[in-house]
Design a protein around this ligand. Sequence first.
Ligand code: F6R
Length: 609
Amino acid sequence: MCGIVGYIGEEEATPVLVNALKKLEYRGYDSAGIAVLGGGKLVVKKAKGALKFLEEVLAKETVRGSMGIGHTRWATHGEPSDINSHPHTDVSGKIAVVHNGIIENHAKLRAALEAKGVAFRSQTDTEVVAHLINSHYQGNLLDAVVATLAQIEGSYALGVISEDNPDQIIAVRKDSPLVIGAGKGENLIASDVPAILEYTRDVYYLGDREIAILYRDRVEFRDCEGKPIEKTTTHVEWDVAAAEKGGYAHFMLKEIHEQPKALTDTLRARVKTYATKAINLEEIGFDASWAKANRVFISACGTAWHAGVVGKYAFERFARIPVDVDIASEFRYRDPIFDPNDIFIIISQSGETADTLAAMRLAKKAGARIIAITNVVGSTLAREADLVMYTWAGPEIAVASTKAFTTQLMCVYLIALQFGALRGTISESEMGQYLDELEALPAQAEKILENKEEIQRFASLQFNKTKAFFMGRLFDYAISLESALKLKEISYTHSEAFAAGELKHGPIALVDKDTLVVAICTQRALFDKMDSNIKEVKARGATVLVITYEGETYFDSTTNGTFRIPRTNDAFTPILSVIPSQLFAYYCAIQRGLDPDKPRNLAKSVTVE
Ligand code: F6R
């Protein structure tokens, strides 16, 4: 949802800003722009469309200066256009602002400014910020920003520069992500760590309504009233290569291939061998008191919610505890009933999704104890939860989530198993067996990836289907949801997921010879039920692909194709069965000539409601 960057140092700012924006394009690619201050003059350049169009503009007209801000846009207020591109400037053209988020009271503020004669140029909510800062400016940029913050409502990460203040960038955030990179003789701002990794690995995470003032040689911090505050840097372990394509055609393919390693890293962080192999969650603060809960709530959005659906089945199976799983954008408007011991598990790759944060805050206010599963160290979710379990997936750049999902599943299993161990619903020997099975998964995932050409071939035959349905039962239903989402978001195929038993209650009316049905069949106790469902859709002309275990012949006579995954515990198959679906979606997008890393209308981090 928009990416913002800023640089102040000794180097030319333009190449640094463009380079950093390239790493943030996954957050939006409706337009891009920069404002650079050099020789006492502020120069703004912008272009509609992907960053490459801005680069074309900059190739024709060099913009020189050693400080500046930049933006890549995912349009909310105002269509994608040159005029609506950021940075936005005030009437004097001396103050420039980049913004990620939504200024909710912009219409009222705009009307008040227009009444005073301010002429707006764009339809954006952001432009009011530039004009407000100008209206408060009396020689001190920080004071003007502080006064502006008192007037604006909504979510924002802002970068502000002014021609009259050639030695500082002011950055501030509320409910939108922002990191400050601390370099040597140079400092940076960015919406996300990968954008600045090439320049520094030492970052400050700004808290809500905290302000950073970046000079060339230092960074100072203030609260939203302008009072000084102290902050310390965090050293980021990710290396630059982790945020590059590393020889793969797309980030998505690279990230699919990184799953075995990511799963190993996530598992290794939490499973230790002392006398026996055991899950160690005590290090992150999960002691026996957590297992006294009578109920678990899980909430998240999109793919992360699908990890929550798997979590529901896993908690029921291993810990025998009732679980409520809810989409965060729904949960935040519910009136949920919590008991004091209830636990709320919140899942988010970015740790910054607006609805997810709102759901967590509602649960916290209602008295629940919060466990966050997130991939981003220092994210808002991580900072506000009572306990954090990180997915050690490394930076996920492709818009469609892959390795974050499978590592979220790993975390969910580990928590469910530990709950079970503490509640006495699984024995020590069962725990040993489950951990062995989890430890086998990375190598099994690798085996699936070695067979990716099979999926590629199937995609080359089926990518033109107008409808694709994914069906399964229990854990396989959860993966049907995720598979249908992957396919629709990057290949634009109309795809839906169904609990296989629901088919005849309506959806089967849609099945005809143009329909692809992918039946995920790994729940051994339900094979006969799935077989009947496959026959039902075949009889209506559908082409059927089955995803099932190696050596399994149950469905051979009924299907048009079978993709086999290694055998594991039926409860753990989601980590494996989703991989063919990720690959299928990827190859369908390629066959259709689409860029899987940048699907239309989407952005990686949904920081607006
Ligand atoms: C789909 C996808 C999204 C995200 C969702 C939540 O591939 O990535 O559905 O899962 O927007 O994002 P996070 O996990 O960052 O809260």
